[in-house]
Ligand binder design. Structure first.
Ligand code: HEC
Ligand code: HEC
Length: 337
């Protein structure tokens, strides 16, 4: 009955059926499978308007040329996240931009700079990000990341609601000029601090084991009650702003070397600052709260490290003291609108 030579409609019909069948099999079914099985994780916040605009800035400045956003399921990627990335992680960032434009993939393939999957977790400081974008060398010595000066404006009369970036005076044309973040910079930073891996609903992680992260690696093998290594925790969490030598950055981050707060015999204020952040003085920026990132023992370890380093000299504090203060401290609010 299927005589292709005598009845050409057979030829057309069979090709049509094969074509439609293949299309369903290789395109429609996988797309449907992706759409139904990779819903966002329940703990994943929806992107705000500002974050979405920031993502567009990230794309247009081609940050993906140097930065990946994918934690691969291999041991060496453990530094970049608590678990390997899942398709669900990209749910919101892959939403269509509009009818005509699909969101481009930001997974990246080039790691000249660090992976940014968890950038907001590692560095929650909006002010740090603004300074870093204005000139990475201001906060990271010897950084090879380019400046993004065009995301900022110099003006002599910033409007009252402008986000003024505390660029050191010697970098400005004259003392009357101030550096103000444009909306694009503000949106980009909102996007960067939003980059955090959402925890899985059941608390486990596929692939590499659920990483207790620093808690495990810094736990001392010698004494069970020993605190983690405060020095390396300081480098990981605080030195980006306060400097590896605790010298700070004039106009942005205060020095911790010789600080009266660090050297106070009573550690209450210092611990509260680390837990809840700090915004006490106009001449400095805002310190982001660290309560979520650090355990009580880690905060005690950092505090003790600071109280005995950089020529500081104050008695050590304890995990118990941090635990007691944790419930009483309310976190600082963000600086960006
Ligand atoms: C030429 C390569 C290059 C480009 C392009 C680039 N970066 Fe970077 N980036 C780096 C390097 C290298 C570092 C590490 C040194 C540092 O922190 O400055 C870095 C660090 C960072 C960090 C700190 C990450 C962390 O966890 O410490 C952030 C955030 C960041 N870049 C964001 C961006 C954004 C946003 C853009 C686009 C506007 C961008 N980068 C463009 C190379 C680049
Ligand atoms: C994003 C940048 C940033 C990071 C990261 C950061 N700080 Fe701060 N810190 C600040 C700023 C800004 C201030 C000053 C706030 C003010 O006075 O208005 C400050 C103030 C302080 C003070 C008060 C010092 C004084 O003499 O006034 C202490 C103590 C301190 N930070 C400790 C830490 C520790 C410990 C860490 C790491 C766990 C840390 N900071 C991480 C920005 C940062």
């Amino acid at each position: 009955m299927f005589n292709f030579h005598k009845d050409h409609s057979n030829l057309v019909n069979v090709s049509l059926v094969v074509f439609v069948g293949l299309s369903v099999f290789v395109a429609v079914m996988p797309a449907n499978d992706l759409a139904t099985n990779n819903a966002p994780l329940p703990s994943m916040p929806r992107m705000t308007e500002s974050e979405r605009r920031g993502l567009a800035v990230y794309v247009s400045e081609n940050c993906a040329a140097c930065h990946t956003q994918q934690v691969r399921n291999i041991e060496m990627d453990k530094t970049w996240g608590d678990r390997p990335s899942l398709p669900s992680d990209y749910h919101y960032s892959k939403e269509r931009q509009d009818v005509w434009r699909q969101s481009p993939s930001l997974l990246g393939s080039e790691r000249t700079g660090p992976d940014l999957t968890n950038a907001g977790q590692r560095q929650p400081g909006e002010l740090w990000h603004l300074l870093h974008l204005y000139d990475p060398r201001l906060v990271v010595k010897g950084s090879i990341m380019p400046r993004y000066g065009w995301l900022f404006e110099e003006t002599t009369e910033p409007t009252p609601d402008a986000v003024v970036v505390p660029v050191p005076a010697e970098r400005l044309r004259d003392s009357a000029h101030k550096v103000v973040a444009t909306q694009r910079a503000i949106d980009l930073v909102a996007y960067l601090v939003s980059l955090k891996q959402a925890p899985l609903p059941d608390g486990t992680a596929p692939g590499f084991l659920p990483s207790p992260g620093r808690k495990e690696s810094t736990a001392s093998m010698t004494r069970p009650d020993a605190l983690p290594d405060g020095g390396s925790l300081f480098v990981q969490t605080c030195s980006a702003c306060h400097g590896a030598e605790g010298m700070g950055l004039p106009g942005a981050f205060p020095p911790l070397a010789g600080s009266a707060i660090v050297n106070d015999a009573d550690p209450t204020l210092m611990i509260s600052i680390i837990l809840g952040g700090y915004d006490a003085r106009a001449e400095y920026g805002v310190m982001p709260a660290q309560a979520e990132q650090l355990s009580d023992a880690e905060i005690a370890a950092i505090a003790n490290y600071l109280r005995s380093s950089f020529s500081n000299d104050a008695p050590p504090t304890t995990t118990e003291a941090v635990k007691t203060l944790r419930s009483t401290v309310a976190p600082q609010t963000a600086i960006l609108p």
